[in-house]
Write a protein that binds this ligand. Structure first.
Ligand code: ADP
Length: 627
């Protein structure tokens, strides 16, 4: 039994190929985690790093509370099952299962007890004398499982264990491995490229693509709320339908317009979490709908012609093309094809012209460029129209004085504000009625009625539906656009400074002791020793020549008085955002950064300091966090 923690794990192979990028997950004891993704996405590499068969380039791997990056595989208390079974051909099943235990010099009696127990669990007691080649694929895979089982490991790692088996046997073995997991109460990590295996077996699934984690979630959350188009398309068969569309809102209705000119209407309530910028009838959007979430009717919705029918018994898969003529589109026109899964319905034939009705609570929309979902549980932004005039902002039916930092920079006239829900805080600048409160991810998401639109805010437990909610905007956290161009950007919480890395060897109590330092301009802070060694082990002796990016939260920067150790900066500008003030500062080596200041600060110089423990170190040569 063990929990695992992977923290910012990277793998760069010796040929420079970056196979795994910034992989982080906390795996609880007894979870069944599945890594899934197309071939080459880095699943096996990650599993092999956990097993200790592959070195970890950067990041920390904990099994239980122990950092195991440099621990030998045999000491990690894990067992791995491979696709190829990896059985010894000249040994009997019994010998294969006993082999690892004998190497550990376990007494024969205990070996026998363990092998028999595992053989019973896996139903291979009758085969213990056979050689692997006298067994079927499924039986061999059971032996491979048995060999892992006898070791009673803390963690089971399984790398595509079923991919050599035929479809029927795979289904049986899936169920057996799931049952095994339940009875063993051990942590399982399972690699597969097969989404059905992932969905049926995992308590949580990690979807990967090209070395990057796309989403970590429960099977049902992946299915219902895919984070991006890739996850949406990867989970579910037949695949989700995708169409290039635009969305246009008219009061209570949003029209989804397809590239061939067809359209279908949905109630605004079904898509109210989509940022209003996407509802202008122009911005390209990808519309996704699963085949099983489409009804077919004789009129109404989206017209298409049936081009294929697959009858699978109780299910029928209908293939079609939007429009009503077979000649209108070629089969290559991906965005114009549609797949529908119908249950207990068998009245359609090739050539029929019918109408698709997407189920209103099952719609998915993605940004055309980033392919990220447009429907987040907690919306990323509220977009609202506003006007700037003589240093004041008119928005939400109220006029407020703009803080100095914005009144100086915002152009007069109409602007568009994009405000994250987190930047709407209880106060008294604006008032809106709470139309609804939804519990999301343990938070209270309030739908504030702003004319025909909602403004989303996160509110306390004591806020109730129907009340007038008073709030203000954290102006430093919003984006402002004028004529389509950004005229103010949110201020990030993180500050990033480039610098060097160095070491000093000092004599302490007669021993030579190494000390490592982060050096930014003339400011030098001592690195935590383990981090110093990490940087040194990743970049070897080049580390003293390379430039690193030091990143820290702005709240961890303090100003210090002249006599103290610190980084000297010139103050270029003061930025007063009302609730918070910043100063634009410049180091002597020319790097600019924003620091937080008091409202009454008016110096031209400052000295800042921070602690090494608050600093994350990034390589500047390859996009990688080192510690
Ligand atoms: P998956 O298990 O998802 O199919 P892998 O983890 O095996 O993917 O591989 C991820 C990527 O790393 C692939 O592009 C693969 O070609 C590459 N790769 C794997 N092993 C090595 C290696 N020893 N040297 C260089 N590149 C490798």
């Amino acid at each position: 039994m063990a929990n695992l923690k992977l923290s910012h794990i990277y793998k760069v192979y010796d040929n420079g190929h970056k196979a795994v990028n910034d992989f982080s997950i906390d795996i609880a004891d007894r979870e069944f985690i599945v890594f899934v993704g197309p071939s080459g996405c880095g699943k096996s590499t990650t599993l092999r790093m956990i097993a200790g068969l592959e070195t970890i380039t950067a990041g920390d791997l904990f099994i239980g509370d122990t950092l195991v990056n440099d621990m030998e595989p045999k000491d990690r208390d894990i067992a791995m099952v491979f696709q190829s079974y990896a059985l010894y051909p000249h040994m009997s099943v019994y010998e294969n299962m006993a082999f690892g235990l004998r190497n550990r010099r376990m007494p024969e009696a205990e070996i026998k007890e363990r092998v028999m127990k595992a053989a019973k669990m896996l139903d291979i007691v009758d085969y213990l004398d056979r050689k692997p080649k006298q067994m079927s694929g499924g039986q061999r895979q059971r032996v491979a499982l048995g060999r892992a089982l006898v070791r009673d490991p803390k963690v089971f790692l399984l790398d595509e264990p079923l991919s050599n088996l035929d479809a029927k046997l795979r289904a049986t073995m899936r169920a057996e491995i799931t049952a095994l997991h339940k009875s063993l109460n051990t942590t399982f990590i399972y690699v597969t490229h097969d989404q059905v295996e992932a969905m049926t077996m995992g308590t949580r699934i990690v979807v990967m693509k090209l070395g990057y984690v796309q989403q970590i979630d429960t099977p049902m959350n992946l299915y219902n709320s895919p984070y991006n188009k890739f996850v949406a398309g990867f989970i579910g068969t037949p695949q989700m339908n995708f169409f290039d569309v635009t969305l246009k809102r008219e009061h209570d209705t949003v029209t989804i317009r397809f590239s061939n000119g067809d359209s279908t209407d949905v109630p605004y309530e079904a898509v109210s979490k989509i940022d209003s910028r996407y509802l202008d009838g122009e911005k390209p959007v990808i519309f996704g709908i699963r085949p099983e979430h489409i009804d077919i009717d004789k009129d109404g919705g989206l017209k298409f012609i049936v081009t294929g029918v697959e009858r699978l018994g109780n299910e029928t898969i209908i293939y079609g093309k939007l429009g009503d003529s077979l000649g209108e589109f070629t089969l290559k026109d991906e965005g114009n094809t549609i797949v529908v899964k119908l249950v207990d319905r068998d009245d359609l034939a090739v050539g029929d012209v019918v109408y698709a009705h997407p189920k209103m609570n099952k719609l998915h929309f993605f940004d055309k460029e980033t392919e990220i979902t447009l429907i987040h549980n907690i919306p990323l932004h509220n977009t609202i129209e506003a006007r700037v005039s003589a240093g004041a902002l008119r928005a939400i039916g109220t006029e407020v004085i703009l803080p100095d930092a914005l009144s100086k920079t915002l152009p007069e006239g109409s602007v568009e504000l994009a405000i994250p829900p987190q930047a709407i805080v209880k106060d008294s600048d604006f008032y809106l009625k709470v139309a609804r409160i939804e519990k999301v991810d343990g938070k209270n998401l309030a739908y504030l009625q702003n004319g025909e639109n909602y403004l989303f805010a996160l509110v306390d437990d004591c806020v109730t539906e129907g009340e007038d909610y008073g709030f203000s905007i954290l102006y430093d956290k919003m984006t402002v656009k004028a004529n389509g161009k950004d005229v103010a950007l949110p201020i990030e919480d993180e500050v990033s400074l480039n610098g060097r890395f160095s070491k000093k060897e000092l004599r302490e109590n007669g021993e030579r002791v190494l000390h490592f330092y982060y050096n930014i301009d003339k400011y030098s802070i001592e690195a935590e020793k383990e981090n110093g060694y990490k940087i040194n082990s990743i970049d070897k002796d080049h580390c003293y020549d390379y430039t690193y990016r030091y990143v820290l939260n702005r709240d961890n920067i303090r100003t210090v008085s002249d006599g103290e150790d610190g980084l000297d900066v010139d103050i270029l500008e003061k930025l007063d955002y009302g609730s918070v003030c910043y100063a634009k500062a410049k180091t002597e080596d020319g790097q600019e950064l924003l620091i937080k200041t008091d409202k009454d600060f008016d110096g031209t110089k400052a000295k800042i300091a921070f602690d090494a423990k608050d600093v994350s170190v990034y390589s500047t040569r390859i996009d990688m966090m080192l510690c």
